[in-house]
Design a protein around this ligand. Structure first.
Ligand code: SF4
Ligand code: SF4
Length: 210
């Protein structure tokens, strides 16, 4: 489910981005109210930098707090998982039309990347998934997450998506009860030409218990 607004976190200078994530990760901040998110958004001038409404910036912060909390909740079990899937968002493909040569399986539904473009983020993310032993799905939305996880008998999943979709997938994980997940948020949403951070994806894909 898309937001009613678009964001591009790459507009945040790296110093502010670091401060932003540090603030989100502060112990206990997740449990506090949207009022705090509004204060933080105002303090960091997120509305001006991201060119979105202050309330939308606050919503983004609340959602990122929720996701940071979910990631930390599942981290230990995820690190122990041995059968993993990587779910990439179809909106990060280089092409959204028939120039994308991915095969579409409507039964799941998922795309399977055919690696037509080296500079396609989905292609690059898929290569990382292969490197770390993941089964890869390029999915059109969170509605198919349950089917994929159950049919593949996975016990670990990494999902890349916008915060709204990740939160929906998080509900699926809660209901399944036997799959641990880690989320990598899109740094730019908008349902086409979206972006995510490959280095962050690789860090998460590589998580293993010591
Ligand atoms: S590299 Fe894969 S996902 Fe990207 S446009 Fe080509 S077939 Fe589609
Ligand atoms: S930004 Fe991508 S992941 Fe989010 S709703 Fe749109 S298509 Fe789905």
């Amino acid at each position: 489910m898309p937001y009613q607004f678009n964001f591009d976190l790459s507009k945040l200078p790296s110093k502010i981005l670091k401060k932003f994530y540090n603030s989100i990760m502060q112990k206990g901040l997740h449990h506090r109210s949207k009022e705090i998110a509004l204060k933080l958004a105002r303090k960091l001038k997120l509305d001006e930098i991201l060119e979105i409404q202050l309330e939308d910036a606050a919503q983004l912060i609340v959602d990122l707090m929720d996701i940071a909390y979910l990631n930390s909740y599942y981290k230990r079990n995820f690190a122990q998982s041995d059968r993993r899937a990587l779910l990439l968002p179809h909106c990060a493909r280089k092409y959204m039309d028939n120039r994308c040569k991915a095969k579409f399986d409507e039964n799941i539904p998922t795309y399977y990347c055919s690696h037509c473009s080296e500079d396609c983020l989905v292609n690059q993310g898929s290569s990382l998934g292969v490197k770390y032993g993941y089964d890869i799905y390029v999915i059109p939305g969170s509605a198919c997450v349950k089917k994929i996880l159950q049919s593949g008998a996975y016990n670990g999943v990494v999902g890349v998506a916008c915060p709204m979709e990740i939160k929906l997938a998080g509900e699926t994980l809660r209901n399944l009860n036997n799959v641990a997940g880690q989320a990598v948020i899109l740094t730019k949403n908008g349902c086409s030409n979206t972006s995510f951070d490959l280095r962050e994806l690789e860090r998460v894909l590589a998580l293993k218990s010591d």
